[in-house]
Ligand binder design. Sequence first.
Ligand SMILES: *Cc1c(COP(=O)(O)O)cnc(C)c1O
Length: 380
Amino acid sequence: MPLDFLTMEKIRMVDLNGQYQRIKPEVDAAMQRVVDQADFVNGNAVGTFAEALARYTGSGHVIPCANGTDALRLALMALDLQPGDEVVTVPFTFVSTVEVIAMLGLKPMLVDVTADTFVMDPDQVETAITPKTRAILPVHLFGQCADMERIMAIARAHNLYVVEDACQALGAEIIFSDGSVHQAGTMGDVGCTSFFPTKNLGCFGDGGAVFTNSEALAATMHSMANHGMSRKYFYDHIGLNSRLDTLQAAVLNVKLPHLNDYVRARQRAARLYDEALADCSGIIAPAKVPYSTHTYHQYTVRVTMVQRDSLRTRLADAGVPTMIYYPCPLHLQKAYQYLGYKQGDFPVSEMLSQQVLSLPMHTELTTEQIQYITKQLKIF
Ligand SMILES: *Cc1c(COP(=O)(O)O)cnc(C)c1O
């Protein structure tokens, strides 16, 4: 081990405990209140959190639910699509995006991402649209928004719904060409987010929410998250049991006021990485698009001149954890072979899955740690 490593706080891919320690008294008190009131399901803290998140995002309605996957599922269920209807999305994403489409008997129609941004290539969307297409599902991958202005324009031209997968991008902002500013998840018909512990705003287990400006969709999704209930023991829809636990809402109520600081801490870490890696040939730092802020849910580089996996091993030996998001695009996964895609269909996603390497990224990274990480990268 190099000497500077020995004097430094251990480097973690994420540091949930470090973040908790800063707000421990408030979080502990909020959780204790829920326990004292035995207010565990659909309790007071859930409504308070939904209102606070609506204010934060500017979304007309926020409906909390059990996790980000269910948020996507509720969105597609509420749009009342028919089996066989097509939803355009990307293969370079977390599995949930495609999983929920398939699970509902809908057909994922995949389009590639762009190599520099990792998000949906808007130039390819129209080629995937058929008479059966009903929706576009862009993913704001790694914390930066897809090109929503163009995607919304395509959706309007073809009369399609837009569902945003904003699970990794809560807090990101887009500026449209008319100067209007929009939060990730608030531009499409429905936006979906996750409060999985490692997400930008994480709770202490699973959690999620949907955003919409449509009163009708809000009512439908609220009902569907509660078994499709209209009033107690009367059911208007086939629904789910998908609620945000009151305990999780209590944690999120304490953490939401810190979200902007969390995002700024990630952006600061990213800036230090960017500066240190600017002169490192063979490592491509993540590109920033001009129209969106980047919340750096992940700081993902592309390794182009050396073997990514040997670099990864070498870094691990030097005490630097890294992750590969994602090692295999969804069109090549066993579960999705039935869609009929093959190797070569999405060359950018396939290339990225061979090149990407996500470096440690969390709110507690120190300058010293980032200098150490980038030094180790450069040595290799
Ligand atoms: C995390 C994530 C999800 C799913 O969220 P869960 O809360 O884990 O169900 C969906 N899409 C993307 C892009 C994600 O990163």
